[in-house]
Design a protein. Structure first.
Length: 360
């Protein structure tokens, strides 16, 4: 806890120092140019700031896309806020709406085949930062004004916030991947896993040899990238509906790993509510979880995963079969709200499984 506070303070000081340097530099460079221009309307300037922020998120994700394609990656999806463009199983582009807490945008791509010592990750990870900086400079040079200066400042701010390693941003992912080959391989596995999910499949099932590689990995530097392997393993058990084993492994992970990223921990808690309701409704941990404010906020999301969790809770804990069946019906209606084809298929199969348990 003490180390987290110190790291947080160091990051804050670093950001303030960079902000001061950038602010001073901008004042020296742009001062004379702006002094000759007309003072902008404050309302227009605020609106321009909002627009610039949205544009820079698009620019940032476009940077990942551009440099990913340049590095041999293949397009999976491109999301800005809740608006998402995906490539379906037939290679056609489709538009859908999906919310992912904690992110303004996301560009997912299939990585080129992994070759030890030659995995191309640097340009893909830093592409967003590069585009933010380049577009900021170009816009200012082409048409210097208060508005393009604001666009540039927001671009530099987003670039530095993504470049300075903190949380699970691009800079932190780059930092971890740059440390050792094992972490780079894990990054590749994550990208590959997401690709297979996007086409409705599970990497561990399609490439069983990967399971042996994962189990034989010697993790030296534990981080949120390597932690993702734990969830990939759990999803392997979930694929076969091995709920007893899944319950034991998920509970063990929750108890032993208090240092998981908050986003990981919340999803693990949500999974545990479902498993405890199904396998062991008497588990004393269940009540504690259901009183957690972050989890309760997560359970308000309108997607098939959440509805199935609540349906299982009503069935196993509240013993309310009618409410559970209503929630299962809601799950089916929200089928297209699943984050990818794999989750969509899995949740629909679980609907059938739970419904059969209730009605038999």
């Amino acid at each position: 806890m003490k180390n987290k506070i110190i790291n947080g303070l160091l990051q804050l000081v670093g950001i303030m120092a960079i902000g001061a340097v950038v602010g001073y530099s901008v004042g020296k460079i742009a001062g004379d140019t702006l002094s000759r221009g007309e003072t902008p309307n404050i309302i227009f300037l605020l609106l321009a700031g909002v627009l610039a922020f949205i544009l820079h998120i698009i620019v940032h994700e476009a940077g990942h896309l551009f440099f990913g394609l340049l590095s041999g990656y293949k397009f999976i999806s491109f999301r800005v806020f809740d608006f998402k463009i995906i490539k379906d199983e037939n290679g056609k582009l489709k538009i859908r709406f999906e919310r992912l807490a904690g992110t303004g945008g996301q560009c997912l791509m299939k990585a080129p085949e992994y070759v030890e010592g030659k995995f191309k990750y640097k340009l893909y990870l830093l592409g967003g930062v590069i585009f933010n900086i380049v577009f900021s400079i170009v816009f200012w040079l082409i048409l210097p004004s208060y508005y393009t200066l604001l666009f540039a400042l927001i671009g530099f701010a987003l670039a530095f916030l993504n470049l300075i390693p903190m949380g699970f941003n691009d800079g932190m992912t780059f930092y971890h991947a740059n440390k050792d080959e094992t972490t780079r391989f894990v990054l590749y596995l994550q990208l590959e896993y997401v690709y297979y999910q996007s086409i409705g499949k599970n990497l561990l099932i399609e490439k069983p040899e990967i399971v042996e590689k994962i189990n034989s990995l010697e993790i030296i530097n534990t981080n949120y990238l390597t932690d993702a392997l734990e969830f990939i393993k759990l999803e392997g058990l979930e694929y076969f509906f091995e709920f007893d084993a899944l319950y034991n492994e998920a509970r063990k992970l929750y108890i032993e790993r208090d240092d998981l990223l908050p986003v990981y921990k919340i999803e693990l808690m949500a999974l545990l509510v479902k498993l405890m309701s199904l396998v062991n409704p008497e588990d004393e941990l269940l009540e504690e979880l259901m009183n957690d404010k972050t989890l309760l906020a997560r359970l308000k999301q309108k997607n098939p995963q959440t509805k199935n969790i609540l349906a299982t809770y009503e069935y196993g804990v509240k013993l309310n079969d009618e409410k559970a069946l209503d929630l299962i019906a809601d799950t089916r209606k929200l089928k297209n709200k699943a984050p990818n084809l794999y989750v969509q298929s899995l949740e629909m199969k679980y609907c059938d499984y739970l419904e059969n348990k209730i009605l038999k």
